[in-house]
Design a protein around this ligand. Structure first.
Ligand code: SF4
Length: 416
């Protein structure tokens, strides 16, 4: 490996970390102050700068994180990964000390509020995990660092090292990588979903033990932000139904805080077994919506799978809540003046906040369609599913062209 200075390493290792979606900020245009703009000047700021991303802390705050890899060298050869052994990329490696110094210097300048650290595997899983733990240990113990730390654990690392990581980190994550066992075998043959889930179960156990021990004043904390995982979408033939089933199983079995869905994006120097094109970004968005509906709207995983079409894919033109409602029209219309919260949450166009407002307003008076109109983006599109004091749809919800009616003029309901 050529001798690189810290700045060059940062350039390579922050760029290599961008493929991890667990704390991505996206959707911005690319602007760079080093290039002259329309006024001939170089301008101020850049969206192309690497290394700092935004994430949501467990308490909902948006925080800036230094997001880097310890190294982009790896002894594994996962086909979808730009850092795999056979990939022809420029390699770099930080020492644990360099990561600590960078984090502290960025933190003191107020650039960041924490660190998101992942790594390729060097020498062995245990050796790499030891390095990650050392970064977190040194930050906490040598520098009394109180900022946020998110560590990606290394596949097959010794459970004791993972436990130690949890003592220093706010959040741990273990990537499940692909939704199905078959996909993992084909695209990441050195990984095993049994071992990945075994590591998740260990972390879940340590978190539960630590929570239990909180009644003792000096009991150590263990990953108070919980654990999360990431699944790559569109690199294999898994359907949305497969993804939903896997995600719900992970939430149930290991109490995960979040499953992140990352639409596969073709990488430079890609392996021949990968698809040439990325899946539509809307697919990722629909999966996040279905995830949200399961976690906050009371939808069962099977109901979300049921919202998919015959090929097992969620429709891209309408959101999963509307897709489910159109398939279960017998559940509608719902009377906003009588229905319990669970049923109101199933009405396309009503979010958690709107339902809360309905429940509190109806204690004082009977609600009319205008009242609902003030709580939703378009009452014209919600009303097929509602009964109010002055509105009762008769055949609207049974119309065969209801989907077209609702989605006409690209007016797709925004549910949340
Ligand atoms: S183990 Fe991680 S870094 Fe290494 S090739 Fe696989 S996904 Fe990439």
């Amino acid at each position: 490996m050529a001798q690189l200075d810290v700045r060059q390493k940062l350039e390579i290792l922050a760029d290599a970390a961008k493929y991890d979606a667990s704390c991505a900020s996206s959707g911005s245009a690319r602007r760079n102050s080093l290039k002259a703009g329309p006024r001939g000047t170089k301008g101020l700021g850049s969206t192309e700068g690497m290394g700092i991303c935004h994430a949501y802390a467990p308490d909902g705050r948006c925080i800036s994180l230094l997001k880097i890899l310890l190294t982009n060298s790896c002894i594994f050869d996962c086909h979808y990964c730009i850092n795999r052994k056979s990939s022809n990329v420029r390699r770099a490696r930080f020492t644990a000390r360099e990561v600590v110094d960078l984090t502290i210097s960025f933190y003191k300048r107020n650039y960041i509020e924490g660190l998101f650290l992942s790594s390729g595997i060097i020498a062995s899983s245990d050796y790499t995990m030891e390095q990650l733990v050392e970064v977190a240990r040194s930050l906490r113990e040598d520098h009394d660092f109180r900022g946020y730390i998110h560590l990606k654990t290394i596949p097959d690392a010794d459970p004791e090292l993972v436990r130690q990581a949890g003592l220093y980190a706010d959040r741990l994550s273990i990537n499940v990588e692909l939704p199905t066992e078959g996909g993992l075998k084909r695209l990441a043959p050195e990984k095993s979903s049994v071992r990945i889930e075994g590591a998740m179960a260990d972390v879940a156990g340590h978190i539960a033990e630590a929570r239990d021990a909180r009644r003792f004043r000096h009991a150590p904390r263990m990953a108070p932000g919980g654990q999360s995982t990431q699944m790559i979408i569109g690199a294999d033939s898994a359907t949305d139904g497969d993804v939903i089933r896997r995600a719900s199983g992970l939430y149930r079995r290991h109490g995960l805080r979040r499953v992140y869905y990352s639409a596969f994006s073709p990488i430079p120097d890609a392996s021949a077994v990968l698809p040439l094109r990325r899946p539509p970004l809307m697919r990722e968005h629909r999966l996040y919506q279905s995830d949200w509906l399961m976690r906050f709207y009371g939808f069962a995983p099977d109901e979300m799978v049921d919202a998919a079409d015959a090929s097992g894919m969620l429709p891209l033109d309408i959101d999963p809540k509307l897709a489910w409602a159109l398939k279960h029209r017998a559940s509608f219309p719902v009377d906003v003046n009588r229905a319990p919260r669970e049923l109101l949450l199933r009405v396309p166009g009503l979010g958690v906040k709107a339902v809360g407002a309905i429940l509190s307003a109806r204690r004082w008076r009977r609600l009319r369609l205008d009242d609902i109109g003030r709580l939703t983006v378009s009452v014209a599109r919600v009303r097929p599913f509602l009964v109010t004091e002055d509105w009762r749809p008769t055949t609207l919800v049974d119309r065969t062209d209801l989907r077209q009616l609702i989605t006409s003029k690209n007016n797709q309901l925004e549910l949340f």
